[in-house]
Structure formats: structure tokens, C-alpha cells
Write a protein that binds this ligand. Sequence first.
Ligand code: SAH
Length: 401
Amino acid sequence: MARLILNPERERSLLRRHPWLFESAIARLQGRARPGDTVELFAHDGTPLGRAAYSPESRIRARMWTFDSNETIDDAFFKRRVAMAVGRREMLPELRDRDGLRLINAESDNLPGVIADRYSADRYGDTVVLQLSSAGADKWRRAIAGALVAATGCTRIYERSDSDVRALEGLEPVTGWLHGEAPAETVSVIEDGIRFQVDVTGGHKTGFYLDQHDNRRLLGTLVTGKQVLNCFCYTGGFTLQALAGGAAGVHSIDSSAPSLALARSNLALNAGLPSARAEWQEADVFQTLRELKTRGRSYDVIVLDPPRLAPTAAHAKRAARAYKDVNLSALRLLNPGGLLMTFSCSGGIGVELFQKIVAGAALDAGRDARIVRRLSGSADHPVGMAFPEGEYLKGLLLQVD
Ligand code: SAH
């Protein structure tokens, strides 16, 4: 096995169990290693630090598999790690009855670059969607898939390794059935009594934003008799929960025609929901919010769940302007006493900065507002203690005067 020797003092983050090793921390590679190969890590003074996946193309040159320098990285290793991640979900009562569940949350579950989401509302068995985004994860695809089958008994696994971050690791997109075959019907998930179809092959990421489960449920409890605006509605998650919660009307906006088509189809699928109260609009949210103000529209509850505007801290400044703009426009549309549920899923923007941006937007909108809840991802999206980068979803529930 090749050895990676670190520069002096650069083992500190590893000793705190942070799983990434940047190129600048590395003094030299002893021996040969190809992308995804397991390498042994040593501090400058020769202290062994553990084993990692090597990724020569990426600025994150190695991702730790284990901090135990005696642990072998093989099929059995992945079987143990995957079983532990799945077991963590089974331990939490709130997750036990969920058929839409993130089973593996990458670094935060000690499996760098590995995401696995399970959808199991179907008569014809469970579907797991697997996303591999690092060279190490890519190399161990068969072991990881086998471990998932062993831990969950799932009927099929679809690989959706097509996120843009793969390019940073020098990896091509990979998609297709890894285990089992395509099901006869569209995959679906039931969330708090509402059925959503999930486009596992063509939808965003793994097909459904499971991290918003708790927040969609919360919205359902806040909207009885209210006029709701759901911005960036995707396949209708917040919209359908608002309709189920008794909203008087829900106006939903997204720029993606296929997402809106699936959202409408999801509404039709749930016969008990009042479809006449839903208004769908294919448009750019940033522009449309200003137009709605000009047209004199207003709402009691607004949801803002934009796509990732700042993937890394380097994008934070420009993204901050966009977040401020969209929050400001939304705050201007709120009726007195109205609620804004606003989110950021940008890794590059921390909780504190997000709150500052939204506070600035309220000030500029001339609205006095207070935070009534801080919001985060659901419990099946844990955040590793030494891995703040894993906290993607952050949100605020604000009430304006
Ligand atoms: N709230 C959703 C997830 C939102 S994902 C849920 O709970 O399922 C972000 C969505 O924003 C995507 O559907 C994407 O199509 C949409 N989007 C991206 N840029 C947009 C823009 N400028 N205007 C409107 N929608 C946009």
C-alpha cells in the first residue's frame, strides 16, 4: 500500500477527526497509487494516522476511511460501515416508520462521498438510490451496493452518480441499475400520509429532498385558512403538505417544467387534496416575486427553498446578494403577522451568516421580524461532529409584525 506523508503540523485536523486532507497538507506520496486506491497516512514524524482514499485530481487529495491504522479497507469494512449507518436510523423512533429515508449521509456517517436514499412505498419493493461522488467511493461501488443489499434487503439499487462535484475528482458521470431491475411503475414515497412520485432517473439528485421532511410537516401545521406562496416548489413537497394542512390557497413557483409536471401529477395522485386551491407557475422566482408585489398580491405564509447558491465559501459573497434579494422580495409580500420559512442549502454559507443576510433583508424591506424557530435537516441527515461542512440545510421561521 502506498504511503502519504504529511507536512509538519498538518496532522492536526486529522487528530480532531476531520475526514479531509487537502493537497497543501501533503509532503509526498511514497509508492504508486491510482485514483480511489487506499493509502496509509503518516504524520511528518512517522506517526501512523489511518487509511484514506487517494484522489490525485482533487484539491481534497485524500478522504479518511478510518483513523485506525490497523483497519483493513475491504468488502467487510463497507459491510460494517453501511450496517452502522442503517442501524443509526433504526435507533431513532421518529425515523422508524419513514419509507423515504436517507440511509447514508456521506462523511457524516463515516462514508466519504457516499449518499444512499431509500424509497419504499411501493408494492413491488424498496428502491435505494446511490450517489457516489469521490474517487474512493467510486472505486468501492460493488462493495457498497452489496453492503446495502445485506443491510436493508432492498429490491433494487439505482446509481445516480451524476453530480457536478464528480468532475473535481476526475470522475465521469455514472448512472444505471446496480442491483435489480427498473420497476414497472414510478417509484414513490409516502410522507405523512401524502404520496409523492419520485423520478429516480431524471429528478434532481436522488429524486426527492428527504432532508425537508420535518419542515414540510411543520408547514402543514401552520397554514390552516392561510394564503401560502411556495417558491422553488420542485415536485410539490411543501405545496401538498400545505394543502393537506388546510391552506386556503397555495401558489407554487418553479422554473423547471418537468418538476412542475410531476408536482401536478403528485397532487392528482392524492385524491383527498383540494386541487382547486393550487396555483402553479413556471417562472424565475427572483423576478416573479417583484412582479407579484407590483400586482398587489400578498400572502400569509411564504416558503423559500432555493437551490444551492454557494457550493463553497468562495461563492459566498455573490450568493449572499442573491439570498438577500430573494428574502427581501418575499418579506415585502407578507401580510401583517405573516410567516417566512426561509432556507439555505449552501455549504459555503454558515448558520450565522445566513441569519445576518436575512436580518439585513428584513431591515431593507422595512419589516420588523423575529425568529420563532431555527430549522435544520431531518434526523436521517446527521452532521458529523468534526464535519461542519456536512450541515447543508439551515433555515429560519420568521414572523413579521
Ligand atoms: N422545496 C423543494 C425542493 C426545492 S429544490 C422540496 O421540498 O421538494 C430547488 C428548486 O428550485 C428546483 O426545483 C429548481 O428547479 C428550482 N429553481 C432553481 N432556480 C430557480 C429559479 N431561478 N426560479 C425558480 N425556480 C428555480
